[in-house]
Design a protein around this ligand. Structure first.
Ligand SMILES: [Zn+2]
Length: 47
């Protein structure tokens, strides 16, 4: 199983995201502080 975590480069919150949330964050920014997010801010973990 693959999980994706977003770590905000600005407020440093780490959030587990699904594909839809990932798209939303890339479009709208961090859900906590609205900082712009990039592909590199997502970490994929295979469990
Ligand atoms: Zn943030």
């Amino acid at each position: 199983m693959t999980t994706v975590h977003f770590t905000c480069p600005d407020c440093e919150q780490t959030i587990e995201v699904n594909d839809a949330m990932r798209e939303t964050i890339l479009e709208s920014g961090c859900p906590v502080c609205t900082a712009t997010a990039a592909e590199g801010d997502f970490a994929v973990t295979c469990e």
